[in-house]
Design a protein around this ligand. Sequence first.
Ligand code: PXG
Length: 442
Amino acid sequence: MAQGASVSPNNLEAFWMPFTANRQFKANPRLLAGAKDMHYTSADGRRILDGTAGLWCVNAGHCRTRIVEAVARQVAEMDYAPAFQMGHPKSFELAARLAAMLPGDLDHVFFTNSGSEAVDTALKIALAYHRVRGEGGRTRLIGRERGYHGVGFGGISVGGIVSNRKMFGPMLAGVDHLPHTHDLARNAFTRGEPEHGAERADELERLVALHDASTIAAVIVEPVAGSTGVLVPPRGYLRRLREICDQHGILLIFDEVITGFGRLGSSFATEHFGVQPDMITVAKGISNGTVPMGAVFVRKGIYDAFMTGPEQVIELFHGYTYSAHPLACAASLATLDIYQEEGLFARARELSPYWENAVHSLKGTRNVIDIRNIGLVAGIELEPRPGAAGGRAYDALVKCFERGLLIRTTADIIALSPPLIVEKSHIDEMVDKLGGVLKEVA
Ligand code: PXG
């Protein structure tokens, strides 16, 4: 540190903030200091209604006593345990509980510390799986435009967000992309799954014809694209992707980092849409955001394909120091208890019609060009200011925060995804506050 530089907590300089306009933020910071259930407390002591479950992760609400106590007990009992060639009971218990929540033969779990790591892990498992089966030529990975799969090199390669890609060189070789499914002209103001666009899955046939199936390892998509603005899949789209993958021996990976753990009103999107992928990546809601954790759920046939060589040989050369970290496992087990005992996924499903009506009541509000929703998520798209994309939504975020509501924005799309403990009165408050703000934002 430079001599004489301040180390007071008020010095915001040293922290290079992620995905943030650092200079803009530091000139006018928004600091959170506490949280309980549906609310944050700002550093200046105001209550902020959490319209976004943190960053789509605090599905059971904030600082839930059961989770806090489970983590506190765990840190006192055993802070850390090596993850390689050693184990601890909670990791096995957690994997078994997660496997029991999943449909079909998605019954093995690889633990990571984030969604980005889960995505990179799934992509690596896909490549290695084909190789152990003697199809090592299948190295191509297919993502989708407007996909977000975290920020590892694998994730940005299959991801489809230009700002996340353009600075970082060639990334992974041999990646191609499906077109995104967003279609304002045909689907604006759809409630739930849009009617138009399933045929965009057929683009996978085109990529297979171009590259040949024998070169393609896997397709990865978010069942509902979250970060790029709540893009709900057109009716029949995911089923069609599954069919084409099956025809050509291509693995299908659902990135459920956002859609997992009740966001859509079911445990996972795979259940909601009745389409089973070969792997699922999760994070966020797995531990209610309390301790970082991610995971990949893998079908039995994939796991089994690795369990064929000599038993003393490591089957997959992959893992993290903190895979299945004891604190994360303790947090996740307590989180799953809450989800189950409070029936939070069913609660999300039951509330979703109320949610849908509430958010769609903003139709006709100044600059609103689309509203879309599914489960307890909504996207509200604003007409961008000419030559200043993102400005309108950012102004709305600042004003909402001033008035005690946390929203999330991406370009000119506002995303709402409250904790699943949300009450109708909170939903009303969110829509009132946001509607009031939108009327004011020029
Ligand atoms: N996949 C998906 C589908 C995600 O949404 C990741 C992977 C990466 O997870 P980690 O844990 O590495 O961040 C994500 C993360 C937003 C927002 O506001 C979304 C995410 C992260 C931060 C902000 O849209 N999603």
